[in-house]
Design a binder for this molecule. Sequence first.
Ligand SMILES: Cc1ncc(COP(=O)(O)O)c(C=O)c1O
Length: 402
Amino acid sequence: MKLQDTGKTKEQLIDTYNTYFYETFKRFDFIADSAKDSYVFDENGREYLDFMAGIAVNSAGHCNKKVVEAIKDQCDLIIHASNYCYTVPQGMLAELICTSIGMEKIYFQNSGAEANEVMIKLARKYGKDNFGENRYKIVTAKNSFHGRTLATLAATGQPGTAIQKNYDPFIPGITYADFNDLASFEAACDEDTIAIMVEPVQGEGGVIPATKDFLVGLRKLCDEKNMLLLFDEVQTGWGRTGSLMSFMGYGVKPDCVSMAKAMGGGMPIGAMCTSAKLALTFGPGAHGSTYAGNPVCCAASYAQIKEIIDNKLPANAEAKGIYFRNMLKELPYIKEVRGRGLMIGVEFTKDIATDVKYNAADEGLLITAVRPNIIRLVPPLNVSTEECDKAYEILKSVISKL
Ligand SMILES: Cc1ncc(COP(=O)(O)O)c(C=O)c1O
């Protein structure tokens, strides 16, 4: 839909938002009218270099040709069928995902939060089915983010923040331990704990990579205590951190991994993958969703994942990530530049992240701020060196003026 076809001006459309819309996001001052590759274009055709990629979604570039074709072709065939039917895209996608990341079974969902929600449900049911009524506790990390449904909010280790405040009481049985601190996780687990759930790189928490020792330690702890290791790869998955899934780069295999964001190329889809043995936990009726695994979303996801694999985008993320992170260290007010691949956090010595974010948008660069002093850069994984240079120059100019 184009603005000129509505008969409204930009200001009138924004008024429509103000009249009818819940305002839970402070939006940029432009209309995202169209997009291609690493750029979003506003209602006047002005370009914005997109280093937030729809919040780590458009990893193969905006409106990737193959993804667009797959969506259009599938719409001509069947848009929705229900999960009582076999559909071609769902089956093909299941096989592609499981074989490319070394997992055995997949369960489709519609978003990251839903993928984590079902991962939590699976862990609880597995615990109770196999070890008794009390074996349902889960330990997650402080500072984590796992989604906004009530169970995933309970798993999100950010008590007292706007994300969680006054949505309590949460589901019982979830406690938090210190990220990258194995002893803290050991201490938090008791005989009723069935699972540990972490992000390999904490995203919303400030782009904090797990250390390899920490993840190896968690794997060992889970094996020793008959617990499940759950990785939330909603943000880190599908090439973002330099390997197809982040766990593959770390060399630590979880019992269950969740995914969403980049896997759909912009279409709403999520999933969790497990072993065949763990999948036996869910029989008919144990869980369900009307839309999950919708044919159009699966066709888009199949095309997106093929693009990521065929064009070796994880390797590009790794190479460009090293190049870009080194460059970012030269910005003013830098405390630390960190991350893996093209999941980058820039921590400043001052609380300037929100100003940097909105001023950068004014100068034609889109980024997110994840903490008052931390910005996050998650460009498309096929970003070029020139685009990284351009983003750096805009950031330098914005920060120098603060
Ligand atoms: C690690 C992680 N888990 C879960 C979610 C929630 O995903 P969604 O917004 O698709 O529900 C996010 C979203 O930012 C995320 O970064």
